[in-house]
Design a protein around this ligand. Structure first.
Ligand SMILES: *Cc1c(COP(=O)(O)O)cnc(C)c1O
Length: 321
């Protein structure tokens, strides 16, 4: 396409070739029951409430070129989620950080998707009282993954608005990162049925909430707008606000109607899994002229530039491995 610079630019190298290799994926290292094990051996009891009742919280941070991105913010969110759910793993933040570092170092990945999980666990006698459960901590590092593949980063994603309504915040607090994904998975099937690549779900008021593991922004007349409720407040979403402030771009959080999204000049989604990603088609219509827009490109570029900034990153200590 005329005058469209490749979006990968210098900043976001192509995903590794092993990324789609079913024999290799996912190569990684997990920490389970106080041991480091290959991913294939990372197993959990079927009696764990994390599995039986989705009674768990988690967080995902990424490593790019050997550096964690915004690790402190992810640890903050993980620890506040555990506190809100009355879980206690008996480990300090520094201890959790060192376990994550060990998983990445042992995996050898320079770019990784790193997950930390706390499940309710189970009581030693399978008591029904959650207070008697022994909470379980685990973590793993696998290759970096993205909601959008390289081709979708170039041309923009095709999203569909699902008929499935997001679980209301009155029922499950979406600000605690959780595995209550039946609405989001149903949303994905709704999207696939319509030939789209991923989904957005609406809240009970009919406003846009979020998608499976990502937040959404509409850009209109140079200003960004993202939903302010019924969402997981993403760290990539927060990063977009900070980048906008540095770049003197207006950004706000507030109710985002479907009409405002359809009429946007540009749409982007944000997630640790892929960063800032362009959307160029919504249901059966292109967004504006159907091309990745200039503000989205600037933000993607600024986002990847920050990945060598010591203020926002923490180097992995590979030497001990
Ligand atoms: C993790 C997640 C996001 C994105 O959050 P980031 O911190 O940017 O990765 C958005 N929505 C849901 C439901 C999520 O689980």
């Amino acid at each position: 396409m005329a005058n469209q610079a490749p979006i990968q630019s210098a900043r976001r190298p192509l995903l590794s070739s092993g990324y789609n290799d079913p024999n290799r994926y996912p190569h990684g290292v997990a920490y389970v029951d106080e041991q480091y094990v290959p991913m294939a051996d990372a197993k959990v009891s079927v009696l764990d409430w994390g599995f039986l009742h989705s009674d768990a919280t988690y967080d995902t941070v990424h490593v790019w070129n050997g550096r964690f991105f915004r690790l402190d913010l992810h640890l903050d969110r993980f620890f506040s989620g555990m506190q809100a759910l009355r879980m206690d793993i008996g480990l300090s933040r520094d201890h959790v950080a060192s376990i994550l570092d060990n998983c990445v170092a042992l995996s050898g990945h320079r770019s990784a998707y790193v997950e930390m999980i706390c499940t309710r666990g189970m009581s030693p006698v399978f008591d029904r009282d959650p207070r008697r459960a022994v909470n379980r901590f685990m973590a793993f590092a696998v290759p970096y993954g993205s909601v959008a593949n390289d081709e979708q980063m170039e041309r923009g994603l095709h999203l569909a608005i699902s008929d499935t309504v997001r679980i209301p915040p009155q029922s499950v607090d979406p600000a605690i990162k959780n595995y209550h994904w039946l609405d989001l998975v149903q949303g994905l099937y709704d999207a696939y049925d319509r030939g789209a690549e991923t989904a957005l779900v609406l809240d009970l008021d009919g406003n846009v909430a979020e998608g499976p593991g990502f937040n959404v922004f509409a850009i209109n007349n140079g200003s960004l707008l993202t939903p302010d409720r019924g969402i997981l407040p993403g760290i990539t979403r927060k990063t977009v606000f900070e980048l906008c402030s540095e770049l003197h771009i207006r950004a706000a959080a507030g109710p985002l109607s479907v009409a405002a999204l359809r009429d946007a000049d540009e749409v982007l989604i944000t997630s640790t899994a892929g960063g800032i990603m362009p959307v160029t088609r919504l249901d059966d219509r292109p967004i504006a002229d159907g091309r990745v827009g200039p503000i989205t490109r600037r933000l993607i570029d600024a986002y990847w530039q920050k990945h060598d900034d010591p203020a926002w990153t923490t180097p992995v200590n590979y030497d001990k491995a």
